[in-house]
Design a binder for this molecule. Structure first.
Ligand code: NFE
Length: 573
């Protein structure tokens, strides 16, 4: 008999996500993804000064705050046709790259590694054997047996105390956990080291942004960083040199720990390089603008339509008409008034909760489409676009990772492994490496530009009386983010945010087509329906952020209440 698994809320994500799976013969036959919070920031913005929108929009989320701030100023600048000084682009790029590195590291180690790593098994490991194993992977200095023994002793203290602390609530001893004790021990050690490392990336964001989360240094027209390499109270050589030491430390962790760890886990769970495909189009945008107008980018992005992955349509500039014309959002299966797909300049956001279970409408998330199709966004889509456009650093990194994976597996890696649950993790790790390269490059470009005598960081905006509108995009850690704004007489008339998780966690669209989470789960085998770790593996591989896609919680609304964590049972009705 068909059964139903409900995971509500999915944990180790940002926000409240509910996943419902119909099970047949031990596999997921159908899935529904439901955002469980009401969205409202766009409504708050109506009537406000567009110059302050970025301050509000970055409060959408506690994780990817900076990206909403930058996408917001890009949207208003696009409406005004306002260029920003070169220094401002570089400073924003440094923040974007450092934030992405922080976010990708946190996602892999702290939000998803425990789907694959059994922490309690690390107690059985032989630290000397773990050291030997690790020495074949990288020269990371903290993989020595003495350091690993210290980690094992700390872990043993936690287990003996009966309080697992940050490791509580995992699926320990689950039959789907297959790593040998030594790999589990290395992963626990790296989990703890990743806590230290992500802080260094955030330090760069805070040095330039004033603080993090929620940077303070943006302005429509540029940044509020005073630049003078010889002045102690401004952005100067001492600050830049200090940031450079942090960049080097980040690079060492990414190259010697993060990327090898993803390859090792993939080599132990090779079936997850096939499971979790969406078979949907892939959408990303270019990132790291190199000029004041945003017409040249260091990292390519674009659209890869479904079916023919060889076809690639680049998105080329902040003014790209192909991008602007092809985005729509539908609410046919969401708790909002209305039907059909609307362009973000025209749509509204009027809540209309109907029922939680079994209804046609089942999520607070809307359903975005590109050229009429749902699309997968995220590091996988971005890496695919970079590869499709012949971006050499991406090709080089993918070849390196595939080489390591082949050596670990002892056989060839079939093409197409990126389109999978573990492929998403691999793509994210490689994008993290690419962002590290870009971070160093952006710092060099900033110093070179300032050295030429250019210290400008702001062009003042000037709002016309009539109506203007614009869009701003950013390739955020979870994928393509876009902000859309209509302005009249210097006040916001309409504002729409389409976050990466809106694309990936979308319910069915106006044509009944599944969103990426839903599509990726079909066919997933689940060994123990009371502990469906396999469903979480695929959902976590997207790195969900429900706060981004819905924005506000309505405590009085029954749909926002946390319900059963995991329940199984026959389907009713
Ligand atoms: Ni709240 Fe976000 C990212 C954005 S995802 S984390 O990355 O934008 O929807």
């Amino acid at each position: 008999m068909a059964k139903r698994i409900v995971i509500d809320p999915v944990t180790r994500i940002e926000g409240h996500l509910r996943i419902e799976c119909t099970m047949e013969g031990g596999n997921v036959s159908e899935a529904r993804a439901s955002g469980q919070m009401f969205r409202g920031i766009e409504t708050i913005l109506k009537g406000r000064d567009p110059r302050e929108a970025w301050v509000y929009t970055q409060r959408i989320c506690g994780v990817c705050t900076t990206v909403h701030a930058i996408a917001s100023v890009r949207a208003v600048e696009n409406a005004l046709k306002l260029e920003v000084p070169e220094n401002a682009q570089h400073i924003r790029n440094i923040i974007t790259a450092a934030h992405a590195i922080h976010d990708h590291i946190v996602h892999f180690y702290h939000l998803s590694a425990l789907d694959w790593v059994d922490v309690t098994q690390a107690l059985k490991a032989d630290p000397a054997q773990a050291e030997r194993l690790a020495s074949g992977l990288s020269p990371w200095p903290l993989n020595g047996r003495a350091d690993l023994k210290i980690v094992q002793d700390r872990l043993s203290g936690l287990v003996e105390s009966g309080r697992l602390g940050i490791f509580s609530g995992g699926y320990w001893g689950h039959p789907a956990m297959r790593l040998e004790p030594e790999i589990n021990l290395l992963a626990v050690a790296h989990y703890l080291q990743a806590l230290e490392t992500q802080r260094k990336a955030n330090q760069i964001v805070a040095i330039l942004g004033g603080k993090t989360p929620h940077i303070q240094n943006l302005a429509v027209g540029g940044v509020a960083n005073a630049v003078n390499l010889e002045n102690q109270s401004t952005l100067n050589m001492e600050r830049i040199a200090f940031m450079k030491t942090l960049v080097d430390e980040l690079g060492a962790f990414i190259e010697q720990v993060y990327i090898p760890d993803v390859c090792v886990i993939a080599s132990r769970y090779p079936e997850w390089l096939k499971l979790g495909k969406t078979n949907l189009p892939l959408l990303s945008v270019p990132e790291m603008p190199m000029d004041p107008k945003g017409s040249a980018f260091a990292m390519p992005g674009g659209y890869i339509p479904m079916g023919d992955r060889a076809e690639f349509i680049p998105i080329r500039s902040f003014q790209d008409a192909f991008f602007e014309e092809n985005v729509r959002e539908a609410v046919d299966h969401s708790w909002y008034k209305g039907h059909g797909a609307n362009h973000p300049y025209k749509e509204d956001t009027e809540p209309n909760f109907t029922q939680q279970d079994g209804g046609e409408r089942y999520s607070w998330i809307k359903s975005p489409t590109f050229q009429g199709h749902p699309a997968e966004v995220g590091p996988l889509s971005h890496l695919r676009a970079m590869l499709a456009s012949g971006y050499e650093p991406a090709k080089k990194r993918l070849n390196g990772a595939v080489g390591l994976l082949q050596a670990l597996l002892g056989k060839d890696v079939p093409p197409g492994v990126l389109d999978s649950t573990l492929g998403r993790h691999l793509a994210r790790a490689l994008r993290c490496g690419l962002m590290y390269e870009e971070l160093g490059r952006s710092m060099g470009l900033l110093v070179a530009n300032i050295a030429k005598g250019d210290t400008a960081s702001f062009n003042a905006p000037n709002f016309p009386k009539g109506e203007i509108r614009g869009f701003g995009f950013l390739e955020a850690p979870r994928g393509m983010l876009s902000h859309w704004v209509a302005i009249r007489g210097g006040k916001i008339q309409n504002y729409q945010v389409i976050a990466p998780t809106t694309w990936n966690a979308a319910p069915r669209n106006a044509d009944g087509k599944q969103g990426p989470y839903e599509a990726s789960l079909v066919g997933t085998p689940v060994a123990d329906q009371e502990r469906p770790v396999e469903v979480l593996r695929t959902i976590h591989s997207f790195d969900p952020c429900l706060a981004c896609s819905i924005h506000l919680i309505d405590a009085k609304n029954p749909a926002s209440h946390v319900r059963v964590r995991v329940s199984t049972g026959p389907i009713e009705g």
